[in-house]
Design a protein around this ligand. Structure first.
Ligand SMILES: [Fe+2]
Ligand SMILES: [Fe+2]
Length: 138
């Protein structure tokens, strides 16, 4: 099974530059997994990519949450809960991979991560965007 790589596209833009740049970085990290699988090198660097993704997504989620606080976004609690679930899910997968316990395999992981990120951007991040833009977030 092959999966086409995720590539940044303007349709993912939430219209806030700082956020788009962070989303681009997340896309780029996931893309490195795609390329590693294509080159048959995924098993060597999977853990490293995973940790980078965990790290950077934590950073990104807190950044969004800081903006919510700063601008008084009314639906912040709901969005934060989603971040917690996303981060927990990722950490759980990382553990499974480490323990070799029912791990889904690289290709399914890639598919999961691509959906994980794009669904959140398209369905949830796009919901806060109009409010934050109106308040002046850049
Ligand atoms: Fe986001
Ligand atoms: Fe978010």
């Amino acid at each position: 099974m092959t999966i086409s790589p995720i590539n940044w596209s303007e349709e993912f833009s939430v219209g806030i530059k700082s956020i788009d740049n962070q989303h681009k970085k997340l896309v780029a990290i996931i893309k490195t997994l795609h390329d590693a699988i294509a080159d048959g090198e995924a098993s060597e660097i999977l853990g490293k990519i995973f940790d980078e993704l965990l790290d950077y997504s934590r950073h990104h989620f807190s950044y969004e949450e800081e903006l919510f606080k700063w601008y008084g976004y009314p639906d912040a609690e709901h969005h934060k809960k989603e971040h917690v679930e996303l981060a927990n899910h990722l950490a759980r997968l990382r553990r499974k991979m480490e323990e070799g316990d029912n791990f889904m395999g690289e290709v399914l992981l890639l598919k999961f991560l691509q959906d994980w990120l794009l669904n959140h951007i398209m369905k949830s991040d796009k919901q806060y965007a109009p409010f934050l833009i109106e308040k002046g977030a850049k």
